[in-house]
Design a binder for this molecule. Structure first.
Ligand code: NAP
Ligand code: MG
Length: 489
């Protein structure tokens, strides 16, 4: 069902602080995932000419922005964050409507963008390099940080506001200018963020937003030699393609990619806390966090009990309208997501894993892209659902008989983003911390937890380049100059 066209808003790109349509006037539909075939709004289906124009103005703006005072950049960033805070409720409802995560989770996304943003504004004041002790080799010296130039930000749809803020604020605070491309599932969140950057008073051309299909305009953004860095969050498949192309110009990349995150439950674990964690990180955002728990590894002594508890909890979950405060889980983000997750579930069944509960939504839920919270047990490492990122509300449960066995299973993956263990055994926790091959290790905390003071990035095929947050989030966007100074005698 399509809403009457007279009521459908058409949004534009922000290029050089002007709102403009794509060069050929074409648009694409942003669909509400709760209602198949609906239209939330129309967005520019941009062309390579639009990308070139955005890079032109970002490049021109860099000449003065790079010389701006740090306090000025912080003032603009703070104004942006104040607007974000003031508009939390309106922003959350945009995220919930176009992404399908619940309103509660969408609010948490905006709040976490705010917390991370304030962290970057504060820490950039103390972000400067080393200096030599005076008189070393008869000179003094220090390192100086310089911005890179135009940077590209390419973001996914699962955290359409948070991920872009986590990249954009460090880039702007360190003196770079931006061309931002939001994901096609969530252009409304992207354009809304662009409006806030414009309202915060950033000078013309410093922040530009160009919507459109990654497959048609991505290469133009990645290949342009004036783009000095690409901060990308998305799939490992696209991340590798970008890395390959960027290498031709030695363009630096920060790639936050896929995951197949394991949560280990030891026999001495607080089982209620462990199951709560699997439910939160397994089904928040309908399992579409990059840090979602995807594999649950359970000691044989508590295996049956954990499986039963997980299935019972899933069946209690209310699946439905993300805008309803009582909903526990909304739809997945769109039609392609629905198809790939449904196929993964079919493959799980065909390969002999047992589905305890879940599967694609039936009856009233067929109006949108709903998948019920799904749990498979009897999953073994040769099953596709053990190995491949599903990126949906599906938990694969596997039995182990020792910590060594659990770690071998957890590390049996091309990915290495997040992980968790639930135990009361200090030695087991230490062995897990030492041996887990992942960028995030949690003890008695779910796999999605993170704080801005610590780095956020993956090992193995889950990422490459400097992690976000911490100080590395700023460091990605600067280049260093070593200065040596000898006084005239
Ligand atoms: P995706 O398909 O890789 O897309 C990510 C972004 O890249 C989108 O904006 C997309 O545009 C764009 N893109 C597609 N093809 C491109 C190309 N050839 N050149 C340049 N850009 C291109 O990923 P997604 O489906 O949006 O997001 C889900 C994935 O992201 C999952 O694998 C998840 O694990 C990962 N993720 C990782 C993290 C992390 O921090 N590690 C966080 C969140 C998500 P279109 O939308 O127009 O295709
Ligand atoms: Mg959408």
């Amino acid at each position: 069902m399509t809403t009457a066209s007279s009521r459908i808003e058409t949004y534009q790109n922000l290029i050089g602080n002007k709102w403009i349509s794509s060069s050929d006037g074409s648009t694409f539909v942003d669909e509400d995932p709760s209602r198949r075939g609906s239209t939330l709004a129309l967005f520019p289906s941009s062309t390579v000419q639009d990308i070139a124009k955005a890079i032109d103005v970002a490049d021109a703006a860099f000449k003065s922005w790079k010389r701006s005072a740090l306090e000025e950049r912080q003032r603009h960033a703070t104004r942006f964050l104040d607007l974000l805070e003031r508009e939390t409720e309106a922003l959350a409802s945009i995220v919930a409507r176009e992404n399908g995560k619940t309103l509660r989770e969408a609010r948490a996304e905006v709040v976490s963008a705010l917390v991370e943003g304030r962290h970057h504004v504060a820490q950039v004041s103390r972000f400067y390099g080393q200096s030599l002790p005076a008189g070393t080799q008869g000179c003094s010296g220090w390192e100086q940080f310089h911005p890179l130039g135009v940077v590209a930000i390419i973001s996914p749809w699962n955290f359409p506001m948070n991920v872009m803020c986590r990249k954009a604020l460090p880039a702007l605070l360190t003196g770079n200018t931006i061309v931002f491309k939001p994901a096609t599932f969530t252009p409304w969140s992207g354009v809304t963020m662009a409006k806030l950057f414009e309202s915060a008073g950033f000078p013309e051309g410093v922040f530009n937003c160009v919507a459109g299909l990654g497959s048609s305009i991505g290469n133009a953004l990645v290949d342009d030699p004036r783009v000095k860095a690409i901060s990308f969050t998305g799939s490992t498949y696209v991340g590798k393609k970008i890395h390959e192309r960027a290498a031709k110009n030695l363009t630096r990349t920060q790639l936050e990619l896929g995951g197949k995150n394991a949560l280990i439950i030891m026999p001495d674990a607080d089982l209620k806390a462990a199951v709560d964690a699997a439910i939160i990180a397994g089904f928040a955002c309908a399992g579409q966090w990059c840090t979602s728990t995807s594999r649950v590894l359970v000691h044989r002594d508590v295996y049956r009990e954990v499986c039963d508890r997980l299935a019972a909890r899933c069946e209690e979950m209310r699946v439905g309208d993300p805008m309803d405060e009582k909903t526990d889980m909304g739809p997945v983000a769109g039609t392609e997501q629905f198809t790939t997750i449904s196929k993964a579930i079919e493959t799980g069944l065909a390969e002999g894993a047992r589905m305890l509960t879940g599967g694609p939504g039936k009856g009233d839920l067929e109006r949108g892209y709903f998948i019920r919270p799904t749990v498979f047990d009897n999953v073994t490492p040769d099953h596709t659902i053990f190995r491949e990122e599903i990126f949906g509300p599906v938990l694969a449960v596997t039995e182990f008989n020792s910590l060594d066995h659990a770690l071998e299973l957890a590390n049996n993956s091309i990915y290495g983003l997040s992980s968790a263990i639930f135990t009361r055994d200090v030695d087991a926790a230490h062995r897990y911390i030492d041996r887990i091959e992942a960028g995030l290790a949690h003890i008695n905390i779910h796999t999605g937890f993170k704080l801005p003071a610590l780095p956020f990035g993956g090992w193995k095929d889950s990422g490459s380049g400097l992690p976000e947050n911490s100080t590395t989030g700023l460091e990605f966007f600067i280049q260093r100059k070593a200065v040596y100074w000898k006084a005239n005698s």
